[in-house]
Design a protein around this ligand. Structure first.
Ligand code: C2E
Ligand code: MG
Ligand code: MG
Length: 515
């Protein structure tokens, strides 16, 4: 940090001030002595005592003056340190970063050399912070900042602009590869798990990018635009980046609308559950139903879960919504055939809430569902947030008799070591592999490998998103016999009539729907 002096006080000014205060004290001492001590005390003449006192006064006054000015300098230093730098990470603070963006904007206008502003965000940092505790949250931010710094060229300006959000000014001249490659690499590096003192923490990272001077020269506007790009990236899923373009504003407006509407929608009872069957071809019957939330807005109609679940996670609305889904699905299970389970999607945020296991236990007791008829679908991301805690929760759920399926398997983490630590019962092969089966041989190899892995681990495998006969045939060839997908039944509201015999529904796997 550069030395910071008080601009109003030059060294000469200080010297004059110190000297004059010392001289003043000296004269004052002399005068006081002449009037107060007269002929002297204890064998010392009045002048001698006067000289001693005056000397002491001068010393004290000089010292006081010096410490006063040093103190002023220290406090200026202190204030600058407090406001200019972020205490936790040592990076620039938000106000300092805004000043640097303003400088960069001015210089790009002058030189014509572009600079990129990157808005880098730790996904759902607020929830992570609440779930792991503020001290560990701080530890995570520090580790993240260190890694960010290490991943960027030395002269790049970096600031922490919000709790889990960082800004970077990256001049085009520093690019050794394309922005696409830089952003991809940065995300990959920042998403590697963090070794905290107590556990390994995974994070989702999104980046929003604006170009100076193209996207503006006002620092606040630039930050708003990079944040819009960031929200766009975040909405697209895990580990994405996006570059600002004017249409992004509309997407952000929609997100704000969803956020504002969610609470009212929940109170109004806009939500419902649809159920999609899971078919075991070896058993020749439907073995379970996945509950999928549906939001029917009175004016806008159906809003897909992928558009509101991430926002509900960010705003905390996922807690009441998730609880409602779990309770309703367990109640609805009474109206499903007894030999079928109900599968409920559990969001990462919900899974990590303080007493998730307690909530599951309460709902099981309240609704009377047999625990083995309840399956919880969790993504790898949910499990990896805090591995050791996740392992404990999964063990407790298994001890309760509840089944756990790893949803969207194959899309999350390349490091499979977590499979050893976690208690789970099923791998759900992600739809992306199934949809490419017919055109891409590698997908077939991936499916066979996942089926082999599930066998080796002694757990079940199910393929999701099965749409064609051909896919089903290829899946069977790869060793997978349990399916979920439009080929066997679309998600539908639960309208089962008690009179309808179960056998009628399961005779033709293809036409199974919950009607
Ligand atoms: P998911 O858990 O992987 O659910 C499967 C998604 O694939 C569902 O989309 C389903 O409608 C769709 N699908 C099923 N078969 C096919 C098929 O053959 N082809 C295609 N193209 N799609 C198929 P949906 O209902 O839009 O849900 C999307 C995601 O939203 C779910 O993915 C899940 O992650 C989340 N979600 C849905 N309901 C809930 C819920 O109640 N709670 C939570 N936390 N998340 C939910
Ligand atoms: Mg699912
Ligand atoms: Mg899935």
């Amino acid at each position: 940090m550069p030395a910071v002096g008080n601009p109003n006080r030059s060294p000469v000014f200080r010297l004059v001030t110190i000297a004059s205060s010392a001289l003043g004290s000296f004269i004052l001492g002399l005068w006081w002595l002449q009037t107060g001590f007269g002929e002297g005390i204890a064998g010392l003449s009045g002048q001698a005592i006067g000289a001693i006192i005056a000397g002491l006064c001068a010393l004290a006054a000089g010292g006081a003056a010096m410490s006063f000015f040093a103190g002023v300098d220290e406090s200026v230093d202190y204030v600058v340190k407090e406001t200019h730098f972020d205490k936790l990470t040592g990076l620039l603070s938000r106000p300092a970063m805004i000043a640097r963006i303003a400088e960069a904007a001015q210089s790009t206008v002058r030189t014509g050399e572009p600079v990129f502003l990157l808005d880098i965000d730790i996904g759902r940092f607020k929830q992570i912070n609440e779930s792991i505790g503020f001290n560990k949250g701080d530890e995570l931010v520090r580790a993240f900042a260190q890694r960010l710094k290490a991943s960027l060229p030395d002269n790049v300006v970096i600031g922490r602009i919000a709790a889990g959000e960082f800004a970077v000014l990256y001049p085009d001249a520093y690019f050794t590869m394309s922005m696409e490659v830089i952003a991809d690499r940065l995300i990959a590096e920042l998403m590697e798990p963090y070794d905290l003192v107590t556990h390994q923490q995974s994070v989702n990272v999104s980046i929003g990018i604006v170009a100076l001077p193209k996207d503006g020269d006002d620092p606040i506007l630039l930050l708003r635009r990079s944040n819009l790009a960031l929200q766009h990236a975040r909405a697209a899923g895990i580990g994405n980046w996006a570059v600002f373009h004017p249409d992004i504003g509309r997407v952000a407006d929609y997100r704000r609308w969803v956020e504002a509407e969610l609470h009212g929608a929940f109170e109004r009872g806009d939500f419902d559950l649809h159920y999609q069957p899971q078919i075991d071809l070896l058993k020749g019957r439907t073995v379970g139903y996945e509950a999928l939330i549906r939001w029917k807005h009175p004016e806008r109609g159906m809003i897909p879960p992928m558009e509101f679940i991430p926002i509900a996670e960010e705003t905390g609305m996922i807690a009441p919504i998730g609880e409602w889904v779990l309770r309703k699905a367990c109640r609805d299970a009474q109206r499903l055939p007894e030999d079928c389970f109900v599968a409920v999607n559990i969001s990462a945020v919900q899974f990590m809430t303080r007493d998730f296991v307690g909530l599951v236990g309460d709902i099981i007791r309240e609704t009377g569902i047999e625990p083995k008829r309840l399956e919880l679908e969790l993504t790898e991301t949910a499990m990896m947030q805090d591995r050791s805690r996740a392992a404990v929760i999964l063990k407790q759920l298994t001890e309760m008799g509840v089944t756990v399926a790893v949803d969207d398997f194959g899309t999350g983490y390349s490091n499979l070591s977590y499979l050893i630590d976690f208690s789970f019962h099923k791998l759900k092969i992600d739809r992306s592999f199934v949809s490419r089966l017919e055109t891409d041989q590698n997908s077939g190899a991936v499916v066979s490998t996942i089926v082999g892995l599930s066998r080796a681990l002694g757990v079940d495998a199910i393929a999701e998103g099965v749409e064609t006969e051909n896919q089903a045939t290829l899946l069977r060839a790869a060793g997978c016999d349990v399916f979920q997908g439009f080929l066997f039944g679309r998600p539908a509201p639960l309208k089962m009539t008690d009179a309808e015999p179960h056998s009628a529904r399961v005779q033709s796997a293809r036409s199974v729907s919950v009607h």
